[in-house]
Design a binder for this molecule. Sequence first.
Ligand SMILES: [Zn+2]
Length: 246
Amino acid sequence: MLKFDPYYFQCPNCHAWLEGRNLKAEMVNEALLYSDGKVLYDNYITTRQKMVLCPSCAHTFWIENPVEPLITIEKPDAYVYSWNTWRFYGINFSDNKGKMALIRHYLTFLQKSHYEPKREIYLRRLLWWAYNDLHRNHQHIRIKYFLNGFMSFGVWRCNRNMILEGQKLFLKNLSGFNDNLKRLLFLLEKHPEEQIDLELPEIYRELRQFDKVKELLDAKGSRTHFINEMARHTKWKDSRVFMVSG
Ligand SMILES: [Zn+2]
């Protein structure tokens, strides 16, 4: 069964065709939600990539409010660059080198020019997630993830080594991570309409301002599973990203 709906769009500079993919709505229920708001399905991010680096001419452009004829669901009668050639700017996500390359892409975009707040929030949110990707599944290093039979010993050990190295890289880049989150926090407080769900308390938690998290969570009327989990991690003074559901 196809899990994604393909769509096609053209680079405004060289007119090359690129293939994009949207997760089918009925698949969203099977996706994993992380505390930083990133949603993954089968290891694919479900948030649409709005900033594109053309694989043909290296022109950078935005596809925010896609409308015809720039975007179509009809496969064009021309050469089409596949999704893998341009999503995440062509980097390979399966190791830490690729994850660091993605971070550098976002940092370069942010240094290269000024963006209106909405776009800067978008880029900084993706940069935040990219930093967190270095240690996103840190719980998988525990032996129980091998013992419960999801992975063979070889796969588990290889994965464990990658996460341990990712944790070191995360700590090494902590000041860049914190600078980005502080700026994102500033922008989101100025533009509350751009905030997603529990994004603000989560940013405070990842910045280790646990008193502020507690204050924001106490102000919420209802207690959802997500709120309870965040309160638990705050009590432990754990600032790492965690899996909310999946
Ligand atoms: Zn192009």
